[in-house]
Design a protein around this ligand. Structure first.
Ligand SMILES: Nc1ncnc2c1ncn2[C@@H]1O[C@H](COP(=O)(O)OP(=O)(O)OP(=O)(O)O)[C@@H](O)[C@H]1O
Length: 257
């Protein structure tokens, strides 16, 4: 069970507030897609939920304020895959993904067979097995991105925050990743909050979309409700047409002038 409640959240940096009055709830096993133009505050929202950016307002998981949790306990509750991660130098892919198990290790801090199993299966699912012993720094952009996501998934937290998880991934690897997240959601009730620029993919995977504009919620609802030509023209200054995939989900196609 991991219901995420965000109440009147505001956040910012030294230069000022960039996110104001965001309120939303994501039920256990729900998938919220956060969309919006560049600089609208999507990454800041995820960072504020993860507790790494100063904020006002409340973030609760199953009614418990995250601010009250210790670091280790918080890491078991919320997993976060940043858009621009800091990668430790000298670690192999396996060692790096194993770091995701840290909140679950016993007092001696040694990983056990279960931890290694979790890591092995994630490497397999994200097509990283052949790269398991490679130093992280030698990977391509898309391979590195998959390693970062594997680490966040290894955490097995009830709430998973994914910031632009498909950046740099080819269409097949992007689908494999989103399918894997969907499986975790169905099997383990993982609650997902994901930012994504690809509105078509966002509509296919997220149950609900929250559209940010200039740090405020401009629209929230089902993909079909939020992704209308009028909303997209107003918020993105974009010329688009909305088509429909065979499953009925909206496909956002740019229109050249
Ligand atoms: N560390 C920081 N210090 C100061 N300002 C920041 C910092 N990080 C982000 N900002 C500013 O906050 C605003 C929101 O940034 P944020 O990264 O949350 O936007 P975003 O919606 O994720 O954008 P994008 O789609 O370009 O990734 C922007 O104006 C940005 O310049």
């Amino acid at each position: 069970m991991s219901t995420l409640q965000v109440q009147d959240l505001s956040a910012g940096y030294r230069r000022g507030t960039v996110l104001s009055g965001v309120t939303t709830t994501v039920d256990t096993g729900g998938w919220l897609g956060v969309i919006g133009p560049n600089g609208s505050g999507k990454s800041t929202l995820l960072k504020a939920i993860a507790g790494i950016v100063r904020h006002q307002g409340r973030v609760l998981v199953d009614g418990r304020p995250l601010a009250a949790l210790r670091r280790r306990e918080r890491a078991r509750v919320v997993g976060y895959a940043p858009q621009i991660p800091q990668l430790p130098i000298g670690l192999t892919v396996t060692d790096y993904v194993l770091l995701g198990r840290t909140p679950h290790l016993g007092v001696l801090g040694r990983e056990g067979p279960k931890d290694l199993d979790v890591v092995r299966s994630l490497l397999e699912r994200l097509d990283l097995t052949a790269l398991a012993d490679r130093p992280l720094t030698t990977l391509s952009g898309g391979e590195r991105q998959r390693a970062v996501l594997a680490r966040a998934l290894a955490q097995r937290a009830g709430v998973l925050l994914l910031d632009e998880p498909t950046t740099g991934l080819d269409v097949g690897h992007a689908q494999a990743l989103l399918d894997l997240v969907d499986e975790l959601r169905r099997e383990m009730g993982t609650t997902v909050v994901m930012t994504l620029h690809d509105l078509t993919l966002a509509a296919q995977y997220a149950e609900r979309l929250l559209l940010l504009d200039a740090g405020r919620v401009a629209a929230e609802g089902s993909p079909a409700d939020v992704l209308t030509p009028a909303v997209l023209a107003e918020r993105y200054t974009a010329r688009v047409t909305v088509l429909h995939a065979p499953d009925g989900s909206p496909v956002i196609a740019p229109v050249r002038s």
